[in-house]
Design a binder for this molecule. Sequence first.
Ligand code: HEC
Length: 171
Amino acid sequence: MKRSAQRYMLTSGLMTTLVMCSASALSADANIPQAMPLSIDDTPFSSEREAVTWRRDELKDLERLLRQLRFDLVNNQDARGAAPRLSELQARATPDHFLPAFIEGTHGRGSDARPNIWEEWDEFAAGFQDLEDKVGILVDAAEQEDYRAATRAFSDVGLSCRSCHRAYRYD
Ligand code: HEC
């Protein structure tokens, strides 16, 4: 899977487009919700099965990363040590990162995803946007070495995970 190459081409294409747009068009573009992938052709994956496995592994990694970060920031108060992991979290906890793996209809065997994801796509996508926003607050708190704010931000991130799971994941 040549994800990085595809992503690079996508990014450089996007950059060219953005450079040609005015500042106001640019902020409007950023608000266009990401389209639901209807088949693997809309994604970098080579099969639906691969997409399901990828998203599950990736979510488990996210959970692990957050646990390590909580240790760095809440227990050790080590914002400098946490910085590389925070950038990794920020790059991955986004709609752009996750939504391509939620190809329409990929619930059922081997997945805990609920089928209403694809009936309520915009709400589902908004869940990953909320996660990205909450992670942004955590990153700001860490940059300011405000460990109390970081502790609060961790619980908000946790709430964001859980509120999506309640609606869109079987437990
Ligand atoms: C917008 C929705 C959404 C958000 C936000 C979200 N998840 Fe999930 N998560 C899901 C769905 C849907 C599944 C089931 C995926 C599947 O099995 O196909 C899932 C599954 C998981 C799994 C189980 C993976 C496995 O293989 O058993 C873990 C762990 C997980 N999420 C952790 C998290 C953590 C940690 C966060 C927050 C940092 C989070 N998720 C945020 C929707 C979400």
